[in-house]
Design a binder for this molecule. Structure first.
Ligand SMILES: [Zn+2]
Length: 495
């Protein structure tokens, strides 16, 4: 399965003695766990796994998340203020408050579940942190401390845009997941889903357990499994002595078949391999042209608006029309105007961003551009060389002959029967491998499909494949996956 639900932690009662909470206001208290006090610290394992919702078929559409996100800064929203979540069997997305997990607690897809704001009186013990804000400050400080070696950023304010994981601190496990647990997360095996929602439930926990629980659940959302190392945040049970770091150890038997198997996990190394060290960035920016949309008709002077997000500063955003660079911006807003020197008729708009570490990505839309002085169509007809779009005559789109390298919309429009996609650009392609080479002017990407070589024209300056900071693996797997998606499309249509 693409993503597999994991089970939660179990809350167990024990007492933590506190040592030296500074009296000064605002200073972050330091707590130290000690051995259990009063009895009743029985640990009860919670071994159940969330029921698969799609009967053996992946509920997630892998083509929504074609590849792991790659090393780069991840933002994590620590939400102590409650949330109203919509249950979804298709998505787990903090940015839209859609939660996959709550479907397992009985919230039907489409319905909502409200989790109240963090209430300190839900805790079994406050460890001497005697007001709500102190507990929140302590938890936030610990999240930062625990993750200091990694490329993660924590905030208690919901980010206004871009991707982020959300940890909800509130409520109890039952209504959310139909279980008894301290926290719960989806195990996002390849860290493919960019904005998971995970939970840390104060009910039954001590104040000091909030951060360790949240840490484990966040790590599941990044792709980490449990280990049997009791000092590792990934140890699956609440303990008397708090875990202190991402350690390493054997993976519990019942977890071993998850995420493609494996019997041992170095949690620290795995964190580094997923998000990297602070400041490390191999993730291309996220670029979305918000207007115009694909297929729209626009005219000279109209605005092209886009959103650009990245963990690193953006060094430039380039605006191209039919692969010709028209304008470069080095600061937001990254909006442009269709210039009067623009080509007219069917035009491909490309907005491409590069961050200060050289990572690059773009978004393209196809539109019809007019001067504003187009002739009206005559009963839907135009002169030769023109086509009628929205009652006006625009120059014809270039004819697609189906030849290798031509833009395509589906596999049928290509002589080869293969329409491949790379970075939102679709072109007629053909399969290739080590033994089957591509024609001159084309290269074989990912041992999968032929693609025009960057220097063989049409490439426009430094945009394109070769200037991506880490060409190769990531890009090629992207091509391969999207390519397979196209193949599936063809198969379906034939049946
Ligand atoms: Zn866990």
């Amino acid at each position: 399965m693409f993503l597999r639900p994991s089970h939660g932690l179990l809350a167990a009662s024990f007492v933590v003695l506190l040592a030296g909470i500074p009296a000064s206001a605002g200073a972050a208290p330091t707590l130290q766990a000690s051995s259990p006090g009063p009895a009743n610290s029985e640990h009860k394992a919670l071994l159940s796994v969330l029921p698969p919702l799609c009967d053996g078929v992946p509920c997630w559409n892998p083509s929504d998340f074609p590849e792991p996100q790659g090393i780069g800064l991840r933002r994590v929203y620590l939400n102590f203020e409650g949330a109203t979540l919509t249950a979804s069997s298709q998505a787990d997305d903090a940015t839209t408050n859609r939660s996959y997990i709550i479907t397992s607690g009985g919230t039907s897809p489409g319905n909502t579940l409200t989790i109240g704001a963090f209430n300190r009186f839900d805790l079994s013990y406050d460890n001497g942190l005697d007001n709500r804000q102190q507990i929140i400050d302590y938890t936030v400080q610990k999240m930062r401390e625990y993750h200091a070696p990694y490329n993660l950023e924590f905030t208690t304010t919901r980010p206004a845009s871009g991707q982020y994981n959300m940890i909800v601190f509130g409520g109890s496990c039952g209504p959310v997941a139909g279980e008894s647990c301290a926290g719960i997360a989806l195990l996002d095996c390849t860290d493919a889903s960019p904005s998971n929602i995970v939970f840390a439930f104060p009910a039954g926990l001590q104040a000091v357990d909030l951060a360790t629980t949240a840490t484990q659940e966040l790590a599941h959302a990044l792709g980490l499994k449990h280990t049997l190392d009791t000092t590792d945040f990934m140890y699956p049970f609440i303990q008397d002595t708090l875990p202190t770091h991402y350690g390493e150890g054997p993976i519990p038997n019942k977890d071993q078949t998850d995420c493609g198997g494996g019997s041992y996990q170095d949690s620290h190394e795995k964190m580094l391999s997923i998000v990297g060290f602070p400041g490390e960035d191999a993730t291309p920016p996220s670029v979305i042209i918000t207007s115009p949309s694909n297929g729209e008709v626009v005219k000279f002077g109209d605005s092209v608006t886009s959103t650009v997000d990245d963990g690193s500063p953006i060094s430039k955003v380039e605006f191209s029309l039919n692969n010709v660079l028209f304008e470069t911006k080095t600061s937001p807003p990254y909006n442009f105007q269709i210039p009067s020197t623009s080509p007219v008729g069917q035009v491909r708009i490309d907005v491409r961003a590069t961050d200060d570490q050289g990572n690059e990505a773009g978004h393209k839309v196809n539109v019809t551009i007019g001067t504003g002085n187009e002739d009206a169509c005559d009963n839907g007809q135009c002169d030769d060389g023109f086509e009628c779009v929205d009652l006006l005559c625009y120059p014809d789109a270039p004819v697609n002959t189906g030849a290798l390298g031509e833009f395509c919309s589906d596999s049928e429009s290509c002589d080869s029967g293969v329409c491949a996609e790379l970075e939102a650009e679709t072109r007629c392609s053909q399969t290739c491998s080590v033994d089957v080479v591509c024609p001159e002017g084309f290269e074989c990407l990912g041992d999968t499909a032929c693609w025009p070589q960057e220097d063989s024209g049409g490439g426009g300056g430094d945009s394109g494949l070769c200037s991506i900071a880490r060409p190769g693996a990531g890009m090629m797997s992207s091509l391969a996956l999207l390519f397979f998606a196209v193949m599936f499309g063809r198969r379906r249509r034939r049946s």
